[in-house]
Design a protein around this ligand. Sequence first.
Ligand SMILES: [Zn+2]
Length: 475
Amino acid sequence: MQKSITMLLVLCTCVLSLSAQKTKKDVLKSLDWKSESYGEISQEIWNLAEMGYQEEKSSALLQQTLEDAGFTIKKGVAGIPTAFIAEFGSGSPIVAIMGEYDALPGLSQEAIAEKQSAGGAAGHACGHHLFGTASTAAAIATKDWMVANNKQGTIRFYGTPAEEGGSGKVYMVRAGLFNDVDIALHWHPGAQNAANAGAALANKSAKFRFHGFSAHAAAAPEQGRSALDGVEAMDMMVNMMREHIPSDARIHYVITSGGKAPNVVPDFAEVYYYARHAKRDVVIDIFDRIVKAAEGAAMGTGTTMDYEMIGGTHELLPNLTLQKVMFDNLTEVGGFDYTQEEKEFADKIAKSLGKEKADISIAKNIQPYKTEAKPGGSTDVGDVSFTVPTVGMSAATWVPGTPAHSWQAVAAGGTSIGKKGMMVAAKALTLTAIDIFSDKKLVESAKTEFKEKRGADFKYIPLLGDREPALDYRN
Ligand SMILES: [Zn+2]
């Protein structure tokens, strides 16, 4: 008896909450009700701060949340243990919402306004704990709206690991997991609310490994061949090459292994390179020249060299048809106010960034609509955007003026500021998904624009080639 009453209660609450989500307004309200519980989920992922391809607990938490909401989970997709797809519904249209959850090495930080490590190996300096959680919230809210309105179609959440350097989505695209998708949605944490046509640099990265012979550096140097010489010769040639590449290209490297002791000629050395440009053809060309420099360096130093592709991503293909819809929805949702406590936190963060005060009106407002953007970083969303019409936005999860990948970004992401910003994104994504499910013509025009922009002879060639996912790249 007790059990059946409980069941009845559960059923009633379900029916009530579903009937309460018939309109966009109801959906926004229901997201407000749930904002605390989503805040807790994001906080847990922030605490875990798991790095690329190691996001086992973060991925499991989001899977559980989606499963509890009635989604069917396919885990370990594309040969990646922490990648998954959660699906609800059937037939078309198929709308995908992407979510990330990887943290960045070396950026552990407490949720306070001064630089202080939380003692971990990594930190959420790109806000991906908010990214994954808000996208989960949007997928569930969209599903609830579909049920309440008896809508045909499929809503999917794509759990996409290792965005930071691991190119997780590229393997998922390569495995064909996006092939039947009609529209893909994403967002990114940031220092402002915006839904502009994005831009990203295409990127190729690799680890170059040199092998020489060890010898006593003073007693028998002639018997040694220094692998570090190979790295240094390569770096010198690449640095000279900078004069002879397009000036808006980017090349950066770190020496990840350079020997252990000066009196031992190093028999192993490794350097990790990125090459980036707004056009992937330029990246491919520059990368090939970097490989030549490595080969020449090995030849000249009497060492051998091999390299491992680590990442490779396309530039971003914007879709203005969808972008305008996303912008209108973001405008409808609007930004948020800071409490007194948040203001004090924000001013301290602003001071640490060399500013007098934080301009918190930025979090309240939406940036004016722009159809063009200057690319800064890279994202594996690029490959998705060349596979299916894709649209994104950013929300003010950080104190205005905060750069990504900073301790200030980690700190704000662990406070109520991050959580408020995250819900702006969850709402705007949900409203956009609802528009897509409600308007067949919108899907068609987005696809027409997509095909025109991508070009008739486009063939998808992953920039990282045929390598298996670099599951150990953060080890
Ligand atoms: Zn990011």
